[in-house]
Design a protein around this ligand. Structure first.
Ligand SMILES: Nc1ncnc2c1ncn2[C@@H]1O[C@H](COP(=O)(O)OP(=O)(O)OP(=O)(O)O)[C@@H](O)[C@H]1O
Length: 238
């Protein structure tokens, strides 16, 4: 079943068009990675889906519902949660307070909050060890876990991650990818991410999309793209 269906998307910032006629669909249980050179428009494509750019033409359907013009704070109610590349935690708030911020759209009259915190702690045990620690005092990898944990507080259908492994040491990159795969496989959450660590991301993904100059240049199974001479030569650095 198709979860997200983007068609004919043209978007950018004001009059500056970055994304030109892009189509992209994601099934309910899929993990899809967008790769491409710097400035290709990868982050802009994610932001367009979330509602943070100006959309000129095209349509974004989520579960067959047209969410093209739905503002980002309301997209959460459609099941989309987004973790930006930078500034994705509140540095002066504790881990638990960050999770509370992530849960802002939960109905405060029921006890879902505690259940969700338990669920997030199960997924990221490191967060449960020190809920009162300020986010700014955590390592980069731990901060990424806080950011993903906060996004998971709303139990999204679609988790959108912009370069989740950016700036992390190799061991932490492994940890972060392991968590993303777990979220995708165990929480019935589709994942759409942009990654500079293209090989690793494609190895873990069901499908990959190559974006260049705001257009889709290639698409296919993750393994297929990894084996493609063209993708290797132009986008994977060999
Ligand atoms: N807020 C903004 N306002 C205006 N232009 C922007 C804005 N954000 C990005 N751009 C421009 O949009 C184009 C695409 O940028 P984007 O960040 O989407 O690319 P990217 O593929 O994610 O790049 P990178 O891999 O370097 O992160 C660039 O020319 C960039 O300068």
């Amino acid at each position: 079943m198709t979860l997200l269906d983007v068609s004919g998307l043209k978007s950018g910032y004001g009059e500056f068009i970055v994304i030109h006629d892009v189509d992209l669909s994601i099934e309910r249980d899929e993990m899809v990675t967008i790769i491409g050179p710097n400035g290709a428009g990868k982050s802009t494509l994610l932001k367009s889906i979330v509602g943070l750019t100006d959309i000129k033409t095209g349509e974004i359907l989520l579960n067959d519902i047209d969410v093209t013009d739905v503002p980002p704070e309301e997209k959460i109610y459609n099941g989309i949660c987004y973790v930006p590349q930078v500034d994705n935690v509140f540095p002066n708030l504790t881990i638990l307070e960050n999770l509370k911020m992530g849960a802002w759209a939960l109905d405060s009259t029921d006890d879902t909050f505690e259940d969700r915190v338990e669920e997030v702690y199960k997924r990221f045990p490191v967060l449960e060890e020190r809920p009162q620690q300020k986010a700014r005092t955590l390592s980069g990898g731990q901060q990424q876990m806080v950011a993903m944990g906060a996004a998971l507080m709303l139990d999204p259908n679609l988790l959108i991650l912009d370069e989740p492994s950016a700036g992390l040491a190799p061991q932490l990159v492994d940890d972060v990818f392991e968590k993303i795969v777990e979220i995708n496989e165990q929480s019935e959450t589709a994942v759409l991410m942009v990654e500079q660590n293209a090989r690793r991301a494609l190895e873990e993904s069901d499908r990959g999309v190559v974006l260049d100059l705001g257009e889709t240049k290639m698409r296919g199974a993750g393994t297929e793209l990894l084996e493609s001479d063209e993708a290797q030569e132009l986008y994977l650095g060999t």
